[in-house]
Design a protein around this ligand. Structure first.
Ligand SMILES: NC(=O)c1ccc[n+]([C@@H]2O[C@H](COP(=O)([O-])OP(=O)(O)OC[C@H]3O[C@@H](n4cnc5c(N)ncnc54)[C@H](OP(=O)(O)O)[C@@H]3O)[C@@H](O)[C@H]2O)c1
Length: 249
């Protein structure tokens, strides 16, 4: 079974590791190429866009792909929409490896917002110190709220032109542990955590840390992905779907 995994996430890497060396499945991991030194799992990979939904459909036909698992980030809406269109066009089954959204627990100080502009506004007019974990490419939105101090955590260095004026940069990649998150928030005097509501385990420790320290959380709602696709939330469920499709079910 020739399987294309659309990746760029901890979940995709875990799936790739689980499939490495398995009989009967030939997986290829596809990365967009955003991260300079991506963590590469022990399976074949390709890097770079396909050229839109049509380019992806051509790729599926040319490479005789039998099934696609979309394990991209919940905020990577464009590639997920392309996967729906392309797999339908090429007649290839598609599974989205999704993650349940994070939800506030009783006592949490959460504000849910629609987008990054609303997240910047939700920090309020008074100066605060915010940890931004929204990715390198979403930082320019916070230039509209220059009164705050921002502790910005990214994998690769951001474009200096996109940074709000008062900032500290922290370079790191998940998965993150609770102790480290608490230490970072204490050291930097963080009062609010701004995050995409990505869900999943690899980045959840910052929410537990915010809860432990009584900090505000501003969580950006995820985009809706339109179209027909199967969905699974756990690695076991994804492996089961692959097994069923491998045997022609
Ligand atoms: N958005 C986030 O917050 C976020 C967070 C963590 C990780 N990531 C990962 O970073 C990558 C890019 O995210 P994004 O938000 O920029 O995506 P996006 O807006 O949905 O996609 C933009 C374009 O990037 C290409 N692309 C995206 N994912 C790809 C993949 N796995 N393999 C090959 N091409 C891909 C496609 O180019 P073509 O149209 O040319 O095919 C797509 O049209 C994804 O792999 C995603 O899983 C994103």
């Amino acid at each position: 079974m020739r399987l294309l995994i659309l990746g760029g996430t901890t979940e995709a890497s875990a799936l790739a590791r689980a499939l490495a060396g398995r009989d009967g499945v030939a997986p290829v991991l596809s990365l967009a190429g955003r991260t300079r030194n991506p963590a590469l799992p022990p399976i074949p990979h390709r890097i770079g866009g396909f050229g839109g939904a049509e380019g992806l459909a051509d790729h599926l036909r040319r490479e005789r792909v039998d099934a696609v698992v979309d394990a991209t980030h919940p905020f990577a809406a464009r590639i997920s929409a392309h996967a729906v269109l392309a797999s339908a066009a090429a007649g290839v089954p598609l599974l989205a490896f999704t993650r349940p959204s994070w939800r506030p627990r009783p006592g949490d100080r959460w504000t849910a917002v629609a987008d990054l502009d609303a997240a910047a506004a939700a920090l309020g007019p008074a100066r605060t110190s915010a940890l931004l974990t929204v990715g390198r490419l979403g930082l320019a939105h916070f230039r509209a709220a220059p009164q705050h101090r921002y502790v910005i955590r990214t994998i690769d260095p951001p474009d200096p032109a996109e940074l709000p004026p008062d900032h500290a940069l922290v370079f790191d990649r998940g998965p993150f542990a609770l102790d480290g998150e608490i230490a970072l928030m204490r050291r930097e005097g963080v009062e609010a955590v701004v995050t995409k509501n990505s869900g999943g385990a690899a980045a959840a420790a910052k929410l537990d840390a915010a809860r432990a320290l009584g900090l505000r959380v501003i969580a950006v709602d995820r985009p809706r992905i339109a179209g027909e696709r199967d969905e699974a939330e756990t690695l076991d469920a994804v492996l089961h779907w692959i097994a069923v499709h491998r045997s022609g079910g």
